[in-house]
Design a protein around this ligand. Structure first.
Ligand code: GLN
Length: 380
């Protein structure tokens, strides 16, 4: 295993953000947008703090938020959810992932993950005492391969952690990929923990295909969403968990002992936003798509090859054209000498990391992106 995982590591995001602060560098590392988020939603939260109830809300979440989430997912993803039995609110998607793992997994069980793996998954799986099994996805398409998944799934597999769209690569899995996953899992009892936090951060007119909308996966899926990503306010930490009642009940039991509940003001505001901000969401997609294109063109001018990104805040750059084969060393030098923070993609691998790719967050205003590109060109 990658030594970074030998014990609970400091996340690569925290490490790079600390370095960015220490060097007064521009931070295109940790993924958070410059955008302030929809004003009416922020206003609702402020009003709710001033005028509303600020004590513990129900453990499962405010009924109005669970109902709004059900309407939102029906409208956008064709998913039908009973708000009272199939929707729960958590303090962010990371809590939802932790609650799902702690609910499903016993020491000695196996959990399947796709590499590159979002950074929180493996430490949580290891702390739960489970054995990780990896399926390597390969660039440039990162498609799912049925045989590779079959080879990783066995009688001890309790869960498959599946991130769509995929952080860090920006790959967006289509319905056929989800059907491939369903076929590969036929005959197994594995639960799919579908981390869909980037469901609305998706470009080029694509539609997000939720695992819950695929009939052959629906009964074995825990879908996880994030209000922080939907409304460009990553500090809000309001997560949405959707699953069949039998499955959600188990995850709810773990959630009780992690955070129990989530600030009611934020839940009220997110409920309002899920019902009223469809146009804002479409505008956010268009704006981020333009930024992706602006930044990718700039990478090309700087001599790096941008890899295709169909969603997320991220574009990856291939270092091979400039002959660099150590992404960590490059990122450390770039932040220290070049004044620009980025994320080495090798941090998303447990075994045999790809060391020639760097992740940049393009969800920043254009002046910041242009300055970042100037610094990058100067450094290279
Ligand atoms: N999801 C964010 C990213 O990928 C990081 C969140 C965090 O810092 N834990 O950059």
């Amino acid at each position: 295993l990658n030594p970074v995982y030998a014990c609970l590591p400091v996340t690569v995001f925290e490490r790079m953000s600390q370095l960015a602060r220490a060097h007064h560098a521009l931070n295109l590392g940790q993924g958070f947008p410059d955008d302030a988020g929809p004003e009416p939603v922020r206003r609702k939260a402020a009003e709710a703090v001033l005028d509303g109830w600020n004590q513990y809300p129900p453990m499962m979440g405010l009924p109005e938020l669970r109902a709004a989430a059900s309407r939102h997912y029906a409208r956008w993803q064709g998913v039908s959810l009973d708000p009272e039995r199939e929707v729960m609110v958590t303090s962010g998607a990371t809590e939802a992932i932790a609650a799902s793992i702690f609910a499903l997994v016993e020491p000695g069980d196996e959990v399947v993950m796709f590499e590159p793996i979002y950074d929180a998954y493996l430490p949580l799986v290891l702390r739960a005492g489970a054995t990780p099994r990896f399926v390597k996805l390969t660039p440039p398409d990162w498609r799912l391969d049925e045989q590779a998944i079959r080879a990783a799934v066995g009688p001890k597999t309790k869960a498959v952690l599946f991130n769509n769209p995929l952080n860090p690569t920006g790959a967006v899995f289509a319905r056929e990929d989800l059907e491939t996953l369903a076929r590969a899992l036929a005959g197994s009892d594995a639960i799919v923990v579908a981390d869909e936090v980037w469901e609305h951060v998706i470009f080029d007119g694509r539609a997000h295909i939720s695992a819950l909308s695929v009939q052959s996966l629906a009964d074995r899926t825990i879908k996880i969403g994030s209000a922080g990503k939907i409304f460009s306010m990553t500090g809000w930490k309001v997560g949405l968990v959707c699953a069949r009642p039998e499955l959600l009940t188990v995850v709810a039991k773990a959630h009780q002992f992690l955070t129990f509940t989530t600030p009611p003001s934020l839940q009220t505001a997110v409920a309002y936003g899920l019902d009223t901000q469809d146009d804002w969401i479409r505008g956010m997609r268009a704006s981020l798509q333009a930024k992706r294109d602006r930044f990718s063109a700039g990478l090309r001018s700087a001599g790096l090859e941008p890899l295709a990104s169909g969603g997320t805040y991220f574009v990856n750059a291939d270092l091979a054209p400039i002959g660099v084969d150590d992404d960590v060393a490059l990122c450390e030098a770039l932040v220290g000498e070049g004044g620009l923070a980025a994320i080495p993609v090798s941090a998303f691998y447990a075994e045999d990391p790809v060391k020639t790719v760097v992740r940049f967050c393009f969800a920043k205003d254009d002046a910041t992106l242009d300055e970042a590109l100037r610094r990058l060109s100067r450094f290279l």
